[in-house]
Write a protein that binds this ligand. Structure first.
Ligand code: URA
Length: 246
């Protein structure tokens, strides 16, 4: 690959907020990928270190094809289905969760288990109450990582960085009016930083130029003692829905 092309790609990933890129050994997948730091643009980096770059006029189909039968990180080992995303390619609102659970891994569709049913209820119930004529299929729903982490553990930093390039491409291709990050993993992937949901929720942030609201993950809201959080999540969603659809 030409030096200029490598430089262009490195600048692209740096602008997306990447500080490291994980190196895949040619021919086989390393379980402990070697991180290549990106603070300085290095035109000598070999091209196989670089993830694929978003082409102009990127589409969800092209992104899904680039993911292919992905084996870029260890999460591929135990997954059944890659859970790419679901909804309207031209959605004005994108929800981002953490990663597929058991139901999603079996069906290949995000947020179809108990947490997903709650998310659907929240989207459709709040919209109806607020007089906003949308249903779940009008928005787009995806996750930071596309394969189920074993035992539903939190995705590791390198897994998020590897899969994050596809999340960023999904959001860029859709170019929604707003993003709603569900839980601290999504917030971290999109905003960086270490703050949790309690600190971040209830106010607008930005991913690139797109307004972003952080709220509680529906799994957290399913726990019986989180009534206060439930009320706050409904408030956050109301704010987002009015901002996007009024
Ligand atoms: N939790 C998530 O974060 N994503 C899903 O798709 C399901 C549960």
């Amino acid at each position: 690959m030409e030096t200029d092309e490598i430089r262009r790609r490195l600048e692209y990933f740096r602008d997306l907020g990447f500080t490291e890129i994980y190196k895949r050994e040619s021919g086989r997948i390393s379980t402990a990928p070697e991180a290549v730091s990106l603070p300085v643009i290095s035109p000598t980096l070999p091209s196989d270190v670089l993830p694929s770059m978003a082409p102009a006029n990127d589409t969800l189909l092209a992104i899904q094809q680039d993911i292919g039968e992905c084996r870029r990180c260890r999460l591929h080992e135990a997954r059944n289905k890659i859970v790419f995303g679901v909804g309207n390619e031209r959605a004005k609102l994108v929800f981002v969760g953490e990663g597929p659970g058991a139901d999603e891994d079996a069906q290949g569709i995000p947020f179809v288990g108990r947490a997903g049913q709650l998310l659907t209820q929240m989207i459709e119930g709040t919209s109806k109450k607020e007089g906003i004529p949308i249903v779940r299929s009008d928005v787009y729903i995806c996750n930071v990582v596309k394969c189920r982490p074993p035992e539903n553990r939190t995705p590791e930093a390198d897994e998020m960085a590897t899969c994050g390039q596809f999340l960023f491409r999904q959001i860029s291709a859709i170019n929604p009016k707003a993003i709603c990050a569900l839980g601290s993993t999504a917030a971290k992937a999109l905003l960086g930083g270490k703050d949790g949901v309690t600190r971040l929720r209830g106010k607008w942030h930005k991913w690139k130029d797109i307004p972003l609201m952080v709220t509680y993950h529906p799994s957290y809201l399913l726990r019986p003692y989180n009534q206060n959080a439930k009320r706050e999540a409904w408030e956050d969603l109301k704010t987002v829905l009015h901002f996007v659809y009024d």
